[in-house]
Write a protein that binds this ligand. Sequence first.
Ligand code: BEZ
Length: 394
Amino acid sequence: MGVRSVSSLIRSIAGLAVGALALSGCGSSLDQSGGGSSGSDVKVGLLVPLSGVYAPLGEDMRNGFQLYLDQHGGKLGGRTVKLVTADEGEGPQTGVPAAQKLVTQDQVTTVVGVVNSATVLGMRDFFHESKKPLLVANAGADAITGARKSEYIWRTSFSNGKVSGALGPEVAKDVKGKVYLIAPDYAAGREMVAGFRKAFEAAGGKVAGEKYTPFGKTQDFQPYLSTIRASDAKAVYTFYSGAEAVSFVKQYKQFGLAGKTPLYGPGFLTEGGVLAAQGQTAVGVKTSLHYSTELDNPRNKEFVDGYRKKFNEPPTVFAVQAYDAAAVLDKALAKASGTGGEELVKALGGVGPIDSPRGQWSFDADHNVQQKFYLREVKSSGGTFVNAVIGDLG
Ligand code: BEZ
């Protein structure tokens, strides 16, 4: 399915869901005073995948948000947080109605989360029209802080074009020959490849081929790996995350490509539990990302220690993005004159720099994150595997 038809499908799903809610009377119950929040409380909706291929990412985000709350007495901006968690599932069909329920039925003040680019694109108009603030703590869809930006939508994560584009010049410099591009067939897969390709070709790189695999359904990558081996590619650039990243990287090694044909991608490819499952098969994979547990700064050390103590595992970029969303809300709610959508977005505009484990960052004029990207390489360290930071990508 092409990008145009994916986005029109998403728009019609979102339209149907909004229409259904309006018919059932829920659409008219939106309360601009901040919904179910009252007095010294604030109701926050956390929308993350608890099922499907991205469920582990959702779990990390939930942990990151909870860690911030635990470290701040369960309060944001001086208000006690009532957290309502909902399952985003695997795409807009589940994620859009879940967001609508949080706003119209649970009457949350704001929604935080959303992993999948297609899902965030599907809910964009709902948040814009209902004037409810949405803090996107993962989904990288470029248009959300670009052509379809909204006063009510803010990002604490990254955009697909930027995180993938950051690696383009580096690969063009490293690889003597053509590069093959492969990713899942949905909004993020296509945007990651497009962002990388643009920066890579601008730096003189040449592409050997481009392929998209059915999203959330591909377990056997052998046919695609055969095509790559038969091509004249000297390296591969890919975007997979969650369960698909584990299968792709393991099969890349089993197929005999690792070591001979270097593998590159955005850092989601080798992040957290995914890297633990890939183990030795991921060693040598190079990625671009705005975070690594290995970042050498006091804020990150304190964060990693606190996270490990509470959850008995290292944090991930997904946990950091949700932790930072809580930090942003903490500052904004402290400044806001009330918990209505307009009051909250006005305060979001004045939060200033965020002192994050990834390094300090700020919102740009489009509500995207202005941040540094790091070059990482998977290395074996003390019986485990880490994304060592081997350089800055600007
Ligand atoms: C996305 O759909 O935007 C996405 C999903 C997982 C990791 C990174 C991006």
